[in-house]
Design a protein around this ligand. Structure first.
Ligand code: NAD
Ligand code: UDX
Length: 441
């Protein structure tokens, strides 16, 4: 079987490599010259654990190829996946569909025989039908069907999520059952290896599949904002948010995951998808008030975190040294998109702080997004040199093992603001630190 993947970013590259691992021949089309030349030279342009080995073995086996020629990738492919970006449109937060529509036009020109055009990008409801229209307009004689197959992988654990998904959602045009069953047959063959692990394949209509992606991400974002608000309440009332989360999460109806409080969610998906769902509802003359509120609660939380750090420094950071551990929106990724570190560091720099930052893999991507005055350090202990406060922004495992004694030997003032709750409060206080975390007494 042969398939094409349009877009070789986080989703396209991981999905393409995993499909190749399933035994399928995958041609990835990437138009960004820097990304493409890296991939062709065997370098992985993003940081994702395990991806380099997976790409290398499948490239060597000849099942995974990279290029910028869409015509040769699409010719003979039974399925063409679209995995290009859908960033928020300036002004209103709706998904910017220009890259998806451009890809659809290019695919139309390249089609040689029957293929299923599958949207993996997160797209507004109605997009699959719009893609079909674009292709029909460009090539009225083309033989194709469209499908929506939203992707649920998380950065940092993307390969495991893809290979062992909780579910695969596939939306088809159920108003045309014969066409839908032809497309279903192709996609069942693409995902056949997952039947061994009994991962459910859920077939729905196109609109339902598109909406399920936004609903899932928005629900998870809402869950995080809920626990963040509970953390604030715990601080005021003297309760412990971790015990509270455990107490709630042991109820299967609630579930234990995504109840970790922090500085506010970031990343390339939750912020943009919650905004886009709000917009989708408004355009449908409806409303998702819970989701709109989640967006506001999260923005306010990220913006407010710098104030918390300033308060921990006695009301001013002017002329003080702030050591920052972790810059990416979560550990095990180099992705800085919508990271809480961005508003926090800008606010601290404006307030006159000298910032010494360290992140295991995110510093290169961080430089263009953070204040120019930030000093990038060799490791966590280097960042802590002469610091007046140490702030944990991303819970990289390597930070958990830091010795309180070594930190205290380097810092000027022993104050820690741990916004990911990675340290033991008792141990830090015993080592002489003024220690503040999230939602713990
Ligand atoms: P990305 O920006 O990392 O990758 C998109 C890639 O597509 C870029 O490398 C770009 O150069 C390339 N591209 C754009 N137009 C092209 C074209 N016409 N031909 C070939 N290549 C083209 O984006 P991403 O993070 O992989 O996200 C892609 C989509 O998947 C988005 O809709 C996103 O919402 C969704 N998604 C992302 C994640 C995630 O964790 N990043 C998870 C699930 C879903
Ligand atoms: C998310 C979805 O989980 C995934 O299904 C979708 O395909 C893409 O968007 P991702 O953004 O890679 O994945 O990471 P995720 O682990 O969901 O974390 C997103 C943000 O929420 C991070 O900033 C993280 O720190 C934060 N988070 C997550 C919390 O603050 N608390 C939690 O309990 C979980």
């Amino acid at each position: 079987m042969r398939i094409a993947m349009i877009g070789g970013g986080y989703v396209g590259l991981v999905s393409g490599a995993c499909f190749a691992e399933f035994g399928i021949n995958v041609a990835i089309v990437e138009t960004n010259p820097a990304r493409l030349s890296a991939l062709r030279e065997g370098r992985i342009p993003i940081y994702e654990p395990g991806l380099d080995a997976l790409v290398a073995s499948n490239s060597q086996a000849g099942r995974l190829t990279f290029g910028d020629d869409i015509a040769s990738a699409v010719a003979g492919a039974e399925a063409v996946f679209i995995a290009v970006g859908t960033p928020p449109r300036n002004g209103d937060g709706a998904a910017d569909m220009q890259y998806v529509h451009a890809a659809a036009r290019q695919i139309a020109e390249a089609l040689t025989g029957y293929a299923v055009i599958v949207t993996k990008s997160t797209v507004p409801v109605g997009s699959s039908r719009r893609i079909a229209e674009i292709i029909r307009q460009a090539r009225p004689e083309a033989d194709f069907d469209v499908a929506s197959n939203p992707e649920f992988l998380r950065e940092g654990s993307a390969i495991g999520d893809f290979m062992r998904p909780d579910r695969v959602i596939i939306g088809l045009d159920q108003t045309r059952p014969e066409r839908a069953s032809r497309a279903e047959d192709v996609l069942r063959r693409v995902y056949r290896p997952l039947s061994v692990i009994e991962a459910p394949l859920l077939f729905t209509g196109l609109e339902t599949a598109e909406l399920t992606k936004y609903a899932s991400n928005s629900f998870l974002a809402m869950k995080i904002s809920f626990i963040n608000e509970m953390a604030d309440l715990c601080e005021t009332l003297g309760a412990d948010v971790h015990d509270l989360a455990r107490g709630m999460g042991l109820d299967d109806r609630i579930g234990r995951k995504f109840l970790q409080p922090g500085p506010g969610y970031g990343g390339s998906c939750f912020p943009k998808d919650t905004l886009a769902l709000s917009r989708i509802a408004q355009e449908a003359h409806s409303a998702c008030r819970l989701v709109e509120t989640t967006v506001q609660v999260n923005e306010a939380r990220k913006a407010g975190m710098a104030g918390r750090i300033i308060a921990a420094c006695g009301g001013s950071v002017a002329g003080k040294t702030v050591a920052v551990l972790g810059l990416t929106f979560k550990p095990e990724t180099d992705d800085m998109r919508e990271s809480a570190s961005i508003p926090i560091l800008h606010r601290l720099a404006e307030a006159g702080a000298d910032i010494r930052a360290y992140d295991p893999v995110g510093m290169a991507a961080a430089k263009s997004l953070l204040p120019e005055s930030v000093t990038y350090c060799a490791d966590a202990l280097d960042a802590a040199q002469q610091a007046d406060v140490l702030v944990v922004l991303t819970e990289w495992n390597i930070f958990r093992a830091l010795s309180p004694v070594e930190l205290s030997n380097r810092m000027r003032t022993r104050t820690i603001v741990d916004l990911r709750n990675i340290f033991d409060p008792a141990a830090m206080r015993a080592a002489g630190f003024t220690y503040e975390s999230v939602g713990r007494p």
